[in-house]
Design a protein around this ligand. Sequence first.
Ligand SMILES: NC(=O)c1ccc[n+]([C@@H]2O[C@H](COP(=O)([O-])OP(=O)(O)OC[C@H]3O[C@@H](n4cnc5c(N)ncnc54)[C@H](O)[C@@H]3O)[C@@H](O)[C@H]2O)c1
Length: 269
Amino acid sequence: MRGQLRSDDYTGLIRLDGQVHVVVGVGPGIGRETATALAAAGAFVVCVDVDEAQATAVAAEVGGVAAVCDITAPDAFAQVLADAERRFGRVDGVTDVVGLVRWKPLPDAGDDDWRWQSDVVTAQAVRVLRTSVPYLRRAGGGSLTYIASVSAFTSAPGHGLYGMAKSALLSMVRTAAVELGPHGIRVNAVSPGATLTPRMAADPRFESANRANAARTPLRKLARPHDIAAAVLFLSSRLAGHVTGHDLVVDGGLTNIWPLELPAAEGAS
Ligand SMILES: NC(=O)c1ccc[n+]([C@@H]2O[C@H](COP(=O)([O-])OP(=O)(O)OC[C@H]3O[C@@H](n4cnc5c(N)ncnc54)[C@H](O)[C@@H]3O)[C@@H](O)[C@H]2O)c1
């Protein structure tokens, strides 16, 4: 009896061989690395981006296919999934990486700002969910993973639009997990802290902030795109077979820090 309750192949549980995964937003940072991680685990990856050159380059790198689609356009993603299922037979997982940001103090944010921020984070995420569910159900279940942000549960000046949109995204993930669990569909999020994407690494405005932020982080470094991709791979795989409605924070421990000054603890370094 005890033997029946054990898995004898933990490392095998991370494999995605024979599965078709769709990554939306295969930008040069987190999206590209996510496609790489899923492909390394054996998945065939459909690399989706509004930027054709980016989608094509990443698809070539990971041995997948490119699909060009503006995820904020109402019917575009439906076409991508229909093509994927017709050509490759199934869709087992979808990861939505897209999330742009408009920094603005709340009192200055107009209706257009709210609409834009909601479109590129929350509204598109809901559309990805709604569109994906029938495909994942036909595959016998699957996984949906969203990239959220620590901005969903921390505050900084100018982060209101983005933070509220990412916070709503996490709420959607929790509810969707409850609604879709009976169909074998797991819905999770990964919340990165500051992540040293090629774009951030090349921007001189971030140079000193990146150094200071790394020094302040318990693990003494910023995340790299592969740290986020590894979390997506875990959540997409059978290793996370009983994990749903979860937000996996990948921030080197930064958001755990008690923010107030304290007397130095004995033995602390
Ligand atoms: N980089 C960070 O420090 C950080 C921190 C926390 C959260 N995040 C989140 O991680 C995710 C990825 O961040 P990144 O910095 O790697 O992004 P990025 O801007 O480098 O890549 C995003 C990709 O999405 C594509 N894209 C944009 N709009 C699209 C649309 N309408 N339809 C289809 N594709 C579209 C872009 O062409 C780009 O290739 C985002 O959701 C972001 O909010 C990033």
